[in-house]
Design a protein around this ligand. Structure first.
Ligand SMILES: [Zn+2]
Length: 157
């Protein structure tokens, strides 16, 4: 429950955390979908994350399939035919694609300011966040260009 109006808690009180930028929240359905697709696909898949940005949180409500030509999905790249909005998904907060094999899950080469191809393509997108599905975790980036990781934790073992 969120306080509305004058009684709302001061921002940052009690839960300041050192990580800047939007923090993703994924519902269980989205986690399961990602894990299922990840174990089923030998080529990269791509999804539209539908939700909302509230303050420092990105709240993903569901993940919908992006419109991809099967021929445009290879083990190392995936290109959508059209934007998520044009594919019929309103309120897209970002796109997510997978890296089968879990390699190169970053937007900047480690320790550098050099953008990877994913970093470049995110720069061209209108969305607040972007994510790479990397097996047991997802790697996020927001407009502050700070990478973050979130374990997917299939459900508590
Ligand atoms: Zn990629």
């Amino acid at each position: 429950m969120e306080g509305i109006g004058a009684t709302a808690a001061p921002r940052g009180l009690g839960r300041r955390d050192p990580v800047a930028g939007p923090r993703p929240r994924l519902p269980d359905q989205a986690r399961r979908l990602l894990l299922l697709q990840y174990q089923s696909y030998l080529t990269e898949f791509m999804g539209c994350m539908i939700g909302a940005v509230r303050g420092d949180a990105v709240i993903v409500q569901r993940i919908a399939p992006a419109d991809v030509n099967p021929g445009e999905s290879t083990p190392t790249s995936v290109v959508p035919r059209q934007t998520c909005e044009d594919a019929g998904w309103a309120n897209t907060v970002g796109m997510i694609h997978s890296h089968p094999g879990g390699q190169r899950c970053f937007y900047y080469f480690p320790g550098t300011q050099v953008a990877t191809s994913d970093g470049h393509s995110y720069a061209l997108q209108p969305y607040p966040v972007d994510a790479i599905m990397c097996g047991d975790r997802i790697v996020w980036i927001g407009r502050d260009l700070v990478e973050q990781q979130q374990p997917l934790g299939a459900s508590t073992p």
